[in-house]
Write a protein that binds this ligand. Structure first.
Ligand code: U2F
Length: 569
């Protein structure tokens, strides 16, 4: 039985020492300790003593190992990426507070000894059973485990969770398919269950959304922030000088400077970096809590287009700033942008921070075309007139993160397979299907779960949150569900990968075939050809093609907690 913890001291010991990255993470855990503890108490009350198993968990932070180059640690105090460390610190805090038994490793040697790999022997099956129920790691760690566990890797990989900021789409994950269909990249083809990958923002519903937290404010702090705001103060998003290089920067900074005093937190050694104009008040890279203080005073936090999808805009919005960012037209993706090249996703990134754009939006977030001076200037003027309150979506609070991780640990099981029976090998018009379990909703535009249908009480998410919608040819299921105020739920694909579902949706199928294609189930409408998915690992919310309309499994979600359906905890 796992018992909520009421103290983080033991965790700080577990994290170890000797790297700037580890010091950053510990400082963060210490700074947020009270907030975490309060949230844990609230969740404990909410769960009302519900039985929770204590898991043995290994957290192996691969990118911090010397063996993977550890390029991040030396840059912690020099403006390098901190987002990943923010997230790992929060994952550790959450797992620990939920009462699980933790081991933390940041070197290959520690990894081997924890896995039970005898010293000096690599790539051999483990002699003893793996002593962990769950392993949280990243792509570097995954690679290291594969190299050092021999055949045991295949046996135990269902216990692994991969923290991967930008997402891994099913088409890139399935080795054979990725190789045959040109989705092979540096990072993909692990043949994991796509939900074993966990992202920083909820942008790829095929993966699980792990997230991180931002500091919460109490009523008094909110009042204080509002009265201390400097209406003409802007802070630029970018702690490394290279971020200050985008095309046209002089033009839009000059416009901004007409209305506001511009501040920066750009790392420098002795002199102001040449990329930062003289009229900018540069504070140098600040410790995280001082950066938050600066945000509390500022009215505007402005992004130049990079870094993509970091924590800072959420922190700014949580501290009562408006976030102004560039729209990307055309969107950035692995097809057209160096940063995303080789990442296992085709996701199109429509702005510097699509979560801020889509899930938060105005008045907190303004996404504009920076090449259009009038649009840019109009946005600044409008922002100056707008009053905003500090805002933090529930899923980025400590309680929200604890609740989500609790739900994943209780319900996600990739080791016991409950997959449907294998599809027939050949095309068969007279195919025998299992009895229908879906019923048409009254308005006939989509299907909902029939209240009278049998429901497996162990299924998670509960299947009665399912709605089946047919996509337009230009939309992926992610988008199809989003447009209905729902979210695509890939675990439900198995319920609609059936011939009679086409019938229930009044779709005419002259033929129905099972094939391996990440867009299936789908219909090629003009030729009346219907297709079902042959390979469950390829069920994918992502992906569209002008030839097909896809069958999409959507579900409802809780306000501010998109990872969980209304009935999900
Ligand atoms: C993202 O990484 P970054 O580290 O570039 O993300 P940021 O949004 O800049 O924020 C990281 C933290 O840095 C802190 C701030 C954030 O929590 O409080 N900070 C600070 O301590 N001092 C300062 O002066 C300014 C900010 C993303 F998170 C990664 O996943 C990506 O790899 C990377 C590239 O896209 O971008």
């Amino acid at each position: 039985q796992a018992a909520f913890r009421s103290d983080l001291a033991r965790l700080l010991e577990l994290v170890g020492t000797g790297k700037e990255s580890l010091s950053f993470m510990k400082k963060r855990i210490r700074h947020l300790a009270q907030q975490w503890l309060r949230a844990a108490r609230r969740l404990e009350q909410k769960l009302k003593g519900r039985q929770r198993d204590q898991k043995h968990i290994l957290v192996h932070i691969g990118f911090l190992t010397e063996e993977s180059g550890d390029v991040f640690s030396p840059r912690v105090l020099k403006g390098g990426p901190l987002g990943e460390m923010v997230q790992w610190a929060d994952i550790l805090a959450a797992l620990f507070l939920l009462g699980h038994s933790l081991r933390v490793t940041v070197s290959l040697k520690e990894l081997q000894s924890n896995l039970g790999v005898p010293p000096g022997r690599g790539n051999c099956p483990l002699t003893n059973p793996l002593p962990f129920d769950l392993i949280y790691t990243d792509y570097h760690g995954l690679q290291q485990m594969k190299q050092h566990m021999g055949l045991s890797f295949k046996k135990y990989r269902c216990r692994v969770r991969v923290i991967d900021t930008f997402g891994t789409e099913p088409a890139y994950n399935h080795e054979e398919y990725a190789t045959l269909r040109g989705f092979r990249t540096n990072w993909g083809y692990w043949n994991l269950h796509p939900s074993q990958f966990m992202t920083m923002f909820p942008h790829t519903p095929d993966n699980s959304f792990m997230g991180f937290v931002s500091e919460e404010l109490n009523k008094t702090e909110r009042q204080l922030i509002k009265s201390n705001k400097v209406g003409s103060m802007a802070v630029v998003y970018g702690k490394e000088a290279s971020i200050w290089k985008p095309q046209g920067k002089e033009r839009f900074l000059a416009i901004l400077n007409k209305y506001m005093e511009i501040h920066g937190t750009v790392y420098y050694e002795t002199q102001r970096p040449p990329e930062v104009p003289a009229f900018v008040k540069n504070h140098g890279l600040l410790p995280q809590h001082e950066f938050q203080q600066l945000l509390r005073k500022a009215k505007l936090f402005i992004g130049f287009g990079f870094p993509y999808e970091g924590p800072a805009p959420l922190e700014a919005i949580a501290n009562g700033c408006v976030f102004l960012q560039a729209r990307f037209n055309p969107p950035h993706s692995s097809l057209n942008h160096e940063f995303f090249r080789g990442k296992p996703t085709s996701r199109e990134v429509s702005s510097q921070h699509p979560y801020a754009e889509d899930f938060i939006g105005k008045p907190h977030v303004w996404t504009v075309d920076y090449n259009n001076s009038e649009e840019f200037e109009a946005a600044i003027k409008a922002i100056m007139r707008t009053q905003v309150d500090p805002y933090l979506p529930y899923e980025y609070t400590c309680e929200g993160m604890l609740e989500r991780i609790h739900a994943y640990i209780q319900h996600q099981d990739f080791c016991t397979t409950t997959s449907p029976p294998p599809p027939p090998r050949t095309k068969s018009p007279a195919m025998q299907s299992p009895p229908s379990v879906l019923a048409l909703s009254p308005n006939a535009t989509h299907l909902v779960w029939s209240p009278s249908a049998r429901r497996d009480p162990r299924a998670w998410p509960p299947v009665d949150s399912l709605q089946v919608w047919v996509s337009e040819t230009r939309h992926a299921c992610t988008e199809t569900c989003r447009r209905r105020g729902l979210v695509c739920e890939p675990t439900f694909f198995r319920f609609l990968n059936k011939k009679e579902v086409f019938l229930q949706l009044s779709i005419t199928c002259d033929s129905t075939e099972y094939e391996m294609n990440h867009l299936y189930p789908a219909v090629a409408e003009n030729v009346h050809e219907c297709y079902l998915q042959k390979e469950p690992l390829l069920f994918s919310c992502a992906g569209h093609n002008s030839k097909y309309r896809r069958l999409c499994p959507c579900r409802d979600y809780r306000e501010g907690q998109v990872a969980l359906c209304r009935d999900c905890v």
